[in-house]
Design a protein around this ligand. Structure first.
Ligand SMILES: Cc1ncc(COP(=O)(O)O)c(C=O)c1O
Length: 345
């Protein structure tokens, strides 16, 4: 009994991606991203996004975010982010480090989504002049850290405010696949068509070993990233092994099939929880994450039964846990969790 709901990062590597890694690792190739895998990936990404894009594979989401933000904000600029965003709370200052000192400004918003009215308020009161960080960029997370989704209209609403103030828009797409799967919208509709300038395209949480990519929709911003990636120690000589993972990830819609599966397991959990009034959902369940407020005895009982999850800080002081489903989550794990909950509620 028991199952691991700690994170989609806790899952393993999807077999087709492992096979692609093994195949790419079996032979030689040109180093530093000048290889056939990376060239093919660029073409594949252009088809996926229905336009020319510049693609920079890296191995961590933190590197993707930090490099992307460095491309759109000067060292003295202000970047508006959700207060609970990964960039603001979980990257040990990497965005500040890679930008050379840009200031992250935390903006509030319900259920993990930066609130457009709050953003406007911040921008309206931000003083101008040499003493204050000039407004440079906005960053939103898809899916958000609360597991909610930005639909194309939501993205466009933020992009409109950003454009009106001359700001660039970044999307942290660590769970981009879950958002595309959840909305059914095209990758283009959720990004550049809605006004996103640069995307951190995640794959690790959805079955890759270590593969993310900075996807630039504005060619003018692309050149500097190559230098920044090298300077920041993220240009892998065997970069083809990242490209090979991403190629397999996109082939035959593997990325969407896996994300749909993860989302469906979260929906199964949410449906089961709806019938159990002792377990309150803290945020709407829209992708592959659930946040539950439970009595302490239920949290202890679930842990004793072998279920793994993180306890999550809660501003209202409740006992909240986070559950994340992945491409590996089986329906029986979800049902086992619900049965355990019944015993301990
Ligand atoms: C929303 C979000 N962005 C980015 C990341 C990047 O993660 P890492 O640097 O661990 O690959 C994570 C990982 O947990 C995340 O949840």
């Amino acid at each position: 009994m028991g199952a691991n709901f700690k994170s989609d990062n806790a899952a393993g590597v999807s077999p087709p991606i492992l096979a692609a890694l093994a195949a790419a690792g079996a032979g030689d190739g040109v180093a530093y991203g000048e290889d056939a895998w990376t060239k093919r990936l660029e073409g594949r990404m252009a088809a996926l996004f229905e336009r020319e894009v510049a693609v920079f594979p890296v191995t961590t989401g933190t590197a993707a975010n930090a490099l992307a933000l460095a491309a759109i904000a000067p060292p003295y600029g202000a970047i508006y982010v959700h207060a609970h965003s990964h960039a603001n709370t979980d990257e040990c200052g990497a965005p500040e480090f890679y930008t050379g000192g840009a200031k992250l400004v935390a903006v509030a918003g319900a259920h993990g989504k930066l609130d457009p009215t709050e953003l406007k308020r911040h921008l309206a009161v931000a003083p101008r002049g040499v003493h204050w960080n000039p407004r440079a960029a906005v960053s939103i997370s898809q899916a958000s850290e609360a597991g909610t989704i930005w639909r194309a209209d939501d993205v466009a609403a933020i992009a409109e405010i950003a454009r009106a103030h001359g700001l660039r828009l970044h999307m942290d797409g660590a769970r981009f696949a879950n958002a595309v799967a959840a909305t059914g919208a095209s990758p283009a509709a959720l990004t550049w068509r809605a006004g996103v300038d640069v995307l951190s395209f995640g794959a690790t949480k959805n079955g890759a070993f270590a593969a993310e990519a900075v996807v630039m929709f504005d060619p003018a911003l692309a050149e500097a990233i190559g230098y920044r990636r090298k300077r920041g120690g993220h240009l892998l000589s065997k970069s083809r092994l990242i490209a090979a993972q991403l190629e397999a990830y996109l082939a035959d819609d593997l990325w969407l099939r896996q994300a749909r599966h993860a989302n469906a397991q979260a929906a199964r959990l949410a449906k089961g929880l709806a019938a159990r009034p002792g377990a309150a959902r803290v945020h709407p369940v829209e992708a592959n994450m659930l946040f539950l407020a439970l009595p302490d005895r239920a949290v202890s009982g679930l842990t004793e039964d072998g279920f793994l999850f993180y306890r999550w800080p809660d501003e209202a002081g409740r006992s909240v846990i986070r559950l994340v489903t992945s491409f590996e989550t089986e329906p029986a794990m979800v049902d086992g969790f619900l049965a355990s909950l019944d015993r301990h509620l």
